[in-house]
Design a protein around this ligand. Sequence first.
Ligand code: SAH
Length: 212
Amino acid sequence: MDRAYLEIIFLCGFVLQVVLRSYYVQYYVTEKHPRYFNKKERLFLLFIFVGFQLLPILYVFSDWFAFFDYNLPKWLGFPATMLYGFGIWLFFRAHADLGKYWSPGLEIKLDHQLITTGVFHWVRHPMYAAFVAIAIAQVFMLQNWIVGPAFLILAIPFYLHRVQREERQLIRYFGDAYRVYMEETNALFPKKEQIDFLLIFGKLKFSAKNKG
Ligand code: SAH
């Protein structure tokens, strides 16, 4: 796939992601808990903005970074686009399932309920998993040594820090319910048993279809 097409697809996904987020921001009715959104986190959010938004936009609309371009085999564009599409879908599903409990910082809302259904049935942090998929896809879609890996590199420290803090807070609030949820699911990638179940279920469906 031509690098120009990949850049256009990346841009479309980017716009879609911004539109989706703007829709869910309306649920972000907050009583402002500044201690859940500390200075370090603000810095990490700035890194994400630079790696996933600012640099890609500057890259697509200017030739400032052209000197650092690389060229990958064209066929790689297809799996990268699939991964990107999956990332955007997962991002959307995670927002839909978390609904009004989503927030950019770490907050426990009034009557906060523990969500363990939808994509939260498969992993504890589907939104972050979506970002990982998007960040990996970015390496293959924006073929530039500075812009391609920027999101992946800048976001890693954020997630390492964030997941720990977020889970500590959720355990404090939900107690054993969250501990059980942690035993049943992985943070970013489904458990082996869950994948096996999916494969067996898929096979059963396939054989039932063939018989019928
Ligand atoms: N880490 C999640 C959600 C990110 S939004 C994901 O990657 O999809 C951050 C907010 O979601 C935090 O304020 C946290 O309290 C809330 N949250 C995280 N997991 C939750 C869950 N399973 N149920 C309800 N709220 C959750």
